[in-house]
Design a protein around this ligand. Structure first.
Ligand SMILES: NC(=O)c1ccc[n+]([C@@H]2O[C@H](COP(=O)([O-])OP(=O)(O)OC[C@H]3O[C@@H](n4cnc5c(N)ncnc54)[C@H](O)[C@@H]3O)[C@@H](O)[C@H]2O)c1
Length: 379
């Protein structure tokens, strides 16, 4: 069933590209998409159902155009963000602008026109768990670490730890969204993603970008380039990984059931796929040994590095992100299905295909090829 007219901010990013794949499959949807770049959605640019604007949503031009588009929209989806941990403490002003101030005019437009806003937030708004502040840091009591949308307190570190700029900006946006709902009647849905893994996440440094991408792409680049995997602070932090396919099922369930999804906050993650980052590194080298049929990857070096050396001063990690997904199950009828191993196999095969096989077939060095249809995230 088509959704109708959909405005998507940040449609050219990782999640946006997968969402377009789903929405443009369905005749009857008309997308007004915005992003600063288009490499990941090149395969959709000729589609008449997509009206793509390569422009900053914070510009005067964009605000004028968006007024008209929001007026005709059935739903507005916000994915635009700077969401790379390497930038939270190194470029805090950019992070606060992109994740908070640039969005405020759009929130106001949705509120004035009472349009349904689906906002992609983050599990980072929960900050650290209560367990992590207890003397023994134990995880004996789920009430002290399982993240529940409408109950769990949000605990962030001190202001000098600038790593929390992203989480703080996202939390204020959630508070704005909720205030616009309560005071102005704006319908909303907030999605809190927990480590969506799949093709097209980020870029591989030295191949099609520079810098430090999220953990999946960082580990993938290290494997492909035969460099050590860098494990920050011993890799003790725990994450749950959900396949991008399962995650997109959840988003479609939100879109197709407004009567059940509106005015709710949802965790979208897979509690069955929990790993420490160290375990993730070890599993990724095992899976890559299978994909490449190269047993030397089983012993691929993993090096420890401090957070201060890797991310710079002011970094602090969320210790554990174990979501409750009971709300999504009960209201949306959604349950994630793919195991961690399957998710890694599919994702890493896609990276390998793009950055190794296709690069070799084109005769070009890997760094000359685009990311177009493969890669992915974490942290
Ligand atoms: N991928 C995950 O697992 C994950 C986890 C937690 C939260 N999220 C949230 O989901 C959303 C999408 O994440 P993603 O992984 O696709 O990130 P992404 O970085 O791949 O995509 C974000 C897109 O927003 C665009 N953008 C940023 N500022 C813009 C601006 N001013 N104007 C126009 N476009 C702009 C970027 O160019 C980028 O393509 C973000 O809000 C992110 O915080 C994602």
């Amino acid at each position: 069933m088509p959704i109708g007219n959909i405005v998507i901010l940040g449609c050219g990013g990782y999640i946006g590209s997968h969402l377009l794949d789903r929405l443009l499959r369905e005749p009857g949807n008309k997308i007004f998409g915005w992003d600063l770049e288009h490499r990941k959605i090149e395969h959709h640019l000729g589609n008449p159902a997509l009206n793509f604007e390569e422009s900053n949503i914070g510009s005067t031009y964009a605000r004028q155009r968006l007024e008209e588009q929001v007026a005709s929209a059935d739903v507005v989806i916000n994915l635009a963000a700077i969401c790379n941990p390497a930038e939270y403490n190194t470029e805090p002003l950019r992070v606060l602008d992109a994740n908070l101030f640039d969005l405020q005019p759009v929130l106001r437009m949705c509120a004035e026109q009472r349009k349904w806003l689906i906002h992609f937030s983050t599990s980072e708004i929960y900050g650290r768990t209560i367990s992590s502040y207890l003397p023994d840091e134990s995880f004996d009591d789920p009430d002290l670490y399982v993240l529940k949308e409408d109950e769990t307190p949000l605990i962030m570190g001190p202001i000098r730890n600038q790593r929390w700029t992203y989480a703080a900006a996202k939390q204020v946006v959630e508070r704005l969204v909720y205030a616009y709902h309560r005071e102005r009647g704006m319908p909303f849905t907030v999605i809190r993603p927990l480590n969506f893994f799949g093709p097209r996440m980020d870029y591989l440094p030295g191949h099609d970008g520079d810098g430090v991408p999220r953990v999946l792409a960082s580990f993938m680049a290290a494997l492909i380039d035969r460099k050590p995997l860098q494990l920050v602070d011993g890799g003790w932090a725990r994450r749950t990984i959900v396949s991008i396919d399962d995650a997109m099922d959840a988003v479609m369930a939100v879109l197709q059931q407004p009567e059940r999804s509106q005015n709710q906050f949802f965790n979208v993650g897979n509690p069955d796929n929990e790993v420490t980052v160290r375990e993730l590194a070890e599993l990724m080298r095992t899976v890559y040994a299978e994909i490449t049929d190269d047993k030397t990857y089983l012993e691929h070096p993993i090096h420890d590095v401090s957070a201060a050396d890797f991310y710079g001063a002011g970094y602090e990690d969320c210790d554990r992100r174990m979501p409750s997904i009971e709300k999504a199950k009960a209201l949306l009828g959604w349950t994630p299905r793919k195991s961690l191993r399957t998710t890694l196999q599919e994702t890493m095969r896609a990276y390998h295909e793009t950055y190794v096989v296709q690069a070799a077939a084109s005769g070009a060095p890997a760094e000359a090829t685009g990311p177009a249809v493969s890669s992915e995230e974490a942290r």
